[in-house]
Ligand binder design. Structure first.
Ligand code: PBG
Length: 327
């Protein structure tokens, strides 16, 4: 059928018509909300580079988790800032660490909420790299041992999902093996499978105080020019036992999300990262863009590209709009 017999505008005439034929819809349950846990209690401090996001002590993080749950958000993902950094990032696997405390707190106060925890060392090491350094190189296999310790420590605290984010080779298999050995076969793994060496992590590194002191992460995170390699990375993680795979960042990598969605049948998460969030906030603060519409459009594009789960700092504000029937 062709014009003038077929007129696509017929189905765009009213909001109800448009809603009836909409192919992609956001749901509150699509979202995972990231939180930054800091030492102390009663702390809620806005992160300068990420307006609207806060550094939270464990007690406050539990309150924020309850707010997320009450909005219908599926889960949270926790990042920790340690009391003290050292060369190997040993506070990451301390059962008394802030992330572990928060996991226990949320599981007590809001047991229905999915709790994921990011397992990485860049926030915990004094050099800011995602594992053990030997000279200027990240020692892959030594870092895996510490990663396994961290995963088990999170599991002991009651985490639902461990999310290793360091892009070390073999990191999913190492987590799976140690979790199973320690009796935590029910704990799932969300693998940061295709994580690019991206400038869009800038505000996060400020928030997590995790910028490398020397060098950069291009020796372990992926080159932005590569697409086929992303599919290969995802395949490795699937074979090592990942339960959910992830593409990160989201908006500059929508093609990668689509390629992975077409290739694997596991649930696919996309991480709408700090730079994507803060750019929108900055433009909206200057009155250059309609914040809410741009946010919903961006989140919809991530779903449309094929992501099942969206990890986003916008989770709470987007959920509120969705509950008002907007979006
Ligand atoms: C740690 C980690 C990073 C992010 C999540 N986990 C930063 C990095 O790799 O430098 C980025 C999240 C964001 O920018 O929102 N490995």
């Amino acid at each position: 059928m062709q014009f003038p017999d077929y007129r696509p505008r017929r189905m765009r005439r009213t909001e109800r018509l448009r809603g009836m034929v909409r192919e992609t819809r956001l749901a509150v349950s699509d979202f995972i909300y990231p939180m930054f846990v800091v030492p102390g209690s009663g702390v809620s401090r806005e992160i300068q580079s990420m307006p609207g996001q806060n550094h939270l002590s464990a007690d406050r993080a539990v309150e924020a988790a309850r707010a997320a749950f009450d909005l219908g958000i599926s889960g949270v993902i926790l990042f920790g800032l340690p009391e003290r950094k050292d060369a190997v990032g040993s506070e990451a696997w301390s059962d008394k660490g802030g992330v572990q405390q928060t996991i226990r707190g949320i599981k007590k106060a809001v047991p229905g909420l999915v709790v994921a925890a990011d397992a990485c060392f860049c926030e915990y090491t004094d050099h800011g790299h995602c594992g053990v350094l030997v000279g200027d190189e990240l020692d892959n296999d030594a870092s895996l041992e510490n990663l396994a310790r961290t995963a088990v420590s999170y599991a002991r605290a009651g985490v639902d999902i461990v999310a290793p984010s360091g892009m070390l080779d073999g990191f999913v298999g190492a987590c799976r093996e140690s979790l199973d050995e320690e009796g935590f076969s029910q704990v799932a793994i969300m693998a940061y499978s295709a994580k690019y060496a991206s400038a869009f992590y800038g505000p996060f590194r400020d928030a997590a105080d995790s910028a490398p002191q020397r060098g950069d992460r291009r020796g372990y995170q992926m080159d932005p020019g590569n697409a086929r390699e992303a599919v290969r990375e995802v395949g490795l993680d699937v074979s090592e036992g990942a339960d959910v795979v992830m593409v990160k960042p989201a908006l500059p990598y929508l093609d990668i999300i689509r390629a992975v969605a077409d290739e694997v049948d596991l649930p696919l998460a996309a991480y709408n990262v700090s730079g994507e969030y803060s750019m929108l906030k900055a433009a909206a603060a200057r009155g250059w863009i309609d914040h809410d519409r741009a946010m919903m459009e961006a989140l919809t594009s991530i779903r449309r590209a094929g992501a099942d789960i969206i990890i986003t700092y916008h989770a709470l504000e987007a959920a509120r709009l969705l509950r008002q029937g907007i979006g």
